[in-house]
Design a protein. Structure first.
Lengths: 395, 163
């Protein structure tokens, strides 16, 4: 039966993620080393898992309030105030969602009217543009490049703004590039926001993973920006809690209340045990000065240096990422497209990377390599990639 | 101890075969600084040896291991150290720990056969004048050592590629 007449053509027209095809290819190769994984290689710290177990044993199996457990929202409020100097009222300005992903979706659905434009930096996380389309809007790519560390410039944003522009997605530290925006960079964007009044959806899910002595700066912490910002964060990357699906949005009460309405009708609440685990992560983090987070960050940092140096030693042009857990080297000099490079690397050397084009057309010429993988595997992958490159050069 | 030394210990306990160049890259120090730090830790006897973790069950070598709880009479002026020294000098003994609790020394012993190990206890360990009692437990299976799980653990539950 042909279901086309049932399907919404706008939704059907959105192509599946470019990552999907590589997943199918790589999933069949049991012996492949994957640098394609976008989640921590740590498992959730024991005390966090145990808190969730205890909650199940104690019979805490009911819905939570729509906005999330108040105790969790209070901890989120404390955490953001002390880590990033932003202040949010736990009662009215925080919404706990099913991962940061739901936050992105609900934020867009709350603000986008048909035909509204949302600026989406490229390369960036695969879900932004489709989520804008699903919300009835039009994603407008804003290209970033290696020359300035994949930062979003005020000029580029200004040039992309039209009377229909509703919002800008600000995804830093960035997946897939590892780029970060420092305070001075953000100040320039803030000026554009002051002039134009566009809303900023700041996806700060990698905020705990910055290196080289940098501390993440939250956009809402800049003077006057709190009123224009929805700050999205979560527990997946910082506390190695991807499978628990807990994230949150903080912002002005008027916006959070509309988001809560969508969340309330669509989802009701994020899973209770995930919330209990998240509460434990923040509470213990506060008491022990975030030792779990620091331990994981230091481990990523060592591997990050190893990867950057490894790619440079192969003669690849590799920007030094200062955030997240990805390296985004340029493979342009090989003459292959990102897709060809990744496909051949997988087939010939059994190393899986993600082509840069999966994150937007301007990712062409790059590949994303995650270093959230065991050290011995990273070393083997680097050796194999070096072999692959020298074979390419010879042939 | 410096941050560099602590970082190096963290890395080396996972993989002590990494070349100096890689250790330098990973810690952000120069090769010379790394070499110097390692050298110092070797001299200070912080790093004692670089050895692999071996799963002997997968080899052809016959081998039995036992943990022996030993009760001893501490010696005047020397405490337990003199007894411990007598015991750790035996080549069958792999580790000796002074313990709190119902016995004094925990002795890890390795031998080729059960008989050899039994002979060690009856002819070498028990006859020591300061040993007042022993309780020997044989190791049946090793699940985890030095943080390494030996068998049966799925190493990575993650999907091969995720956004």
């Amino acid at each position: 039966m042909n279901y086309d007449r049932y399907l919404n053509p706008d939704i059907a027209a959105v192509p599946p993620s470019g990552i999907r095809r590589f997943f199918d290819l790589a999933a069949n190769m049991r012996d492949a080393i994957s640098l394609g994984v976008g989640e921590p290689d740590f498992i959730t710290p024991y005390h966090i898992r145990n808190a969730a177990i205890n909650s199940i044993v104690d019979g805490e199996t009911q819905y939570t309030p729509n906005r999330g457990l108040l105790s969790l929202r209070k901890e989120i409020s404390w955490y953001l105030e002390h880590r990033y100097q932003t202040s949010y009222d736990p009662e009215k300005e925080i919404l706990v969602t099913v991962g940061a992903s739901e936050s992105i979706d609900v934020a867009l659905r709350a603000i986008v009217s048909p035909g509204d434009e949302v600026l989406v930096p490229e390369p960036s996380y695969v879900s932004y543009s489709p989520s804008v389309i699903f919300a009835g809007g039009r994603p407008v790519g804003v290209v970033t490049g290696q020359d300035n560390g994949f930062r979003l410039t005020a000029e580029a944003v200004r040039a992309a703004i039209t009377p229909r522009t509703k919002a800008l997605i600000l995804p830093y530290p960035n997946n897939p590039t590892g780029g970060v925006m420092e305070r001075a960079d953000l100040e320039q964007l803030a000026q554009v926001v002051r002039e134009t009044g566009i809303l900023v959806i700041s996806d700060e899910i990698y905020s705990e993973l910055t290196y080289g002595g940098l501390t993440h700066v939250s956009f809402a912490a800049l003077p006057g920006m709190r009123d224009y910002t929805l700050t999205i964060n979560g527990f997946s990357k910082s506390f190695a809690m991807t499978g628990w699906r807990v994230g949150y949005t903080c912002g002005p009460a008027e916006l959070i209340s509309v988001m809560t309405k969508i969340h309330q009708y669509g989802i009701l609440c994020a899973p209770r045990q995930g919330q209990v685990a998240a509460l434990e992560a923040l509470k213990t983090g506060r008491e022990r000065n975030y030792e779990d987070v620091i331990r994981m960050r230091e481990s990523y940092d060592r591997r990050r240096r190893l990867m950057v140096e490894g790619f440079r030693a192969m003669g690849l042009d590799c920007f030094e990422p200062l955030g997240a857990f990805y390296v985004f080297p340029s493979i342009a000099k090989t003459g292959l497209t990102s897709e060809e490079f990744c496909k051949r690397l997988l087939e010939e050397e059994r190393v899986a990377c993600v082509p840069g084009t999966a994150f937007g057309p301007c990712g062409e010429g790059h590949i994303r390599c995650s270093y959230a993988t065991a050290l011995d595997k990273l070393n083997t992958a680097l050796e194999k990639m070096a072999q692959f490159l020298s074979r390419l050069q010879a042939g | 101890m410096t941050k560099l030394e602590m970082d190096l210990l963290d890395i080396l306990r996972e993989d002590c075969r990494l070349p100096l160049e890689k250790l330098a890259v990973m810690t952000g120090a120069s090769t010379a600084e790394v070499a110097e730090a390692i050298d110092r830790m070797e001299k200070e006897r912080i790093i004692l040896r670089y050895s692999p973790t071996i799963n002997w069950d997968r080899t052809d070598r016959e081998r039995v291991e036992a943990m022996i709880e030993v009760r001893v009479t501490p010696q005047r002026d020397m405490g337990f150290d003199a007894v411990a020294k007598r015991i750790y000098r035996f080549e069958e003994v792999k580790s000796v720990y002074l313990m709190s609790g119902s016995y004094d020394l925990l002795v890890l012993v390795e031998a080729r056969t059960l008989k050899e190990l039994a002979l060690f206890v009856s002819e070498k360990l028990s006859p020591l004048e300061m040993v007042t009692g022993t309780a020997t437990s044989f190791v049946l299976k090793r699940y985890k050592e030095e943080g390494v799980i030996f068998e049966g653990e799925k190493s990575d539950n993650r999907l091969v590629i995720t956004p």
